[in-house]
Design a protein around this ligand. Sequence first.
Ligand SMILES: [Zn+2]
Length: 270
Amino acid sequence: MKSFTLTIDVEPDAKRKSWNTSNPISFYGVHKGVEKIQSLANRFDAPVTYFIQPVVLYNQECVDFFQNLDGRFELASHLHGEYIGPNAKYKGPDFSGCNPGDRQSNYTPDIEQKKLDSLTKLFVQKFGHAPKSFRAGRFGSGKHTLSFLKDLGYSHDSSVIPRSKQFKSIKSPEPYLSNGIIEVPITIDSRRRWLRPTPSFSSIKEIEEIMGMGYSNTCCMLHNVEVLPNINPYCHSQDDCDGLMKRLEAVLSSAFKNDYLPVSISEVIV
Ligand SMILES: [Zn+2]
């Protein structure tokens, strides 16, 4: 059976023109954005995988929100290493106006491992269970990342963008096993079209074409903050957000039409 995964990178609200955090920091994209995405997914009985980054995990109201969310979902971890030690660039507790540009592949292996360890411990402390799936912030995973994840008890990673500069050797979006971890790449076809409802990515027609290609798994990604205007660099008006939601609905109905079984990331098999 082919599987379909809807994945959301969960960030604090950002600026209109960059991924810098809003000033003052706010979390409408969690409280209102996630609610919007989850209620659409619930109509299709599709589980959503939320990759949650440290600033959102530090915020108890956001943690409470996820603990009270209705529907099917998996909570997973997402590293933006400037927010978590050792050597955190931003130490908090106020994360207003921060610039999250780090890629973990640029850290020394020791620092990367320790940041992953801190993130995993923070997640366990907040949710009372260990995360099974991971995505690197800025898709910045490196050559040591999977073995660190394996040692920390993870089973799945979803940090690979096929055919991109940093993952040149990966040409296909099909899941594969590497270092004991199942890698679930973002779905990007041979024409470099993303399964992504964000403005300037794929149209409804292109989404339907990608979903009709017969991949054994398809992985759609977006950020929670994209579904509300002015708290992300992509959607600046209600029309932008309405268009995004229409394309996201097209992704879900295409998955249904093409006999994809909706699953969370940790349920993907190879
Ligand atoms: Zn992120």
